[in-house]
Design a protein around this ligand. Sequence first.
Ligand code: SF4
Length: 156
Amino acid sequence: MILVSACLAGINCKYNGGNNVVPEIVELVKQGKAIPVCPEQLGGLPTPRTPAEIKGGTAQDVLNGRAAVIMRNGKDVTSNFVKGAVETLRFCRDVGIKQAILKSRSPSCGKGYVYDGSFSGRLTEGNGVTAHMLMENGIYVITENEIAKLRRYEGK
Ligand code: SF4
């Protein structure tokens, strides 16, 4: 079973009330091979919501209490992001999930690069809080962009 970011499965859980649907991921859910989860909703945030970015450090710093996740309006939502990560990991452990396909660049789900905390669209190296916690606990994480690479490769 694969955990997928719910917005990639077409669920309208994105900050603006929309989604980031990827047809291959919808297909995995239809076939019963994937389960969609939105860590920000699991952390108690509403949809739609003001966008947030990690500020002042990495996801590990957020988990250690040395950096924060801040909404564009200045509200500190660190505790929601940490709760979302903890709940997502707990769910993975409960049902034996070992791999995940998560949304790139998100402060929760991103892997490798995330927005840099300036709300300017600039990226910085690092992971989202949930993606980081899953990887630190042995779950294999890829993004939807790596799915696209696989698709191109298979098409050759
Ligand atoms: S937290 Fe993850 S699943 Fe939820 S909207 Fe953001 S990227 Fe998608």
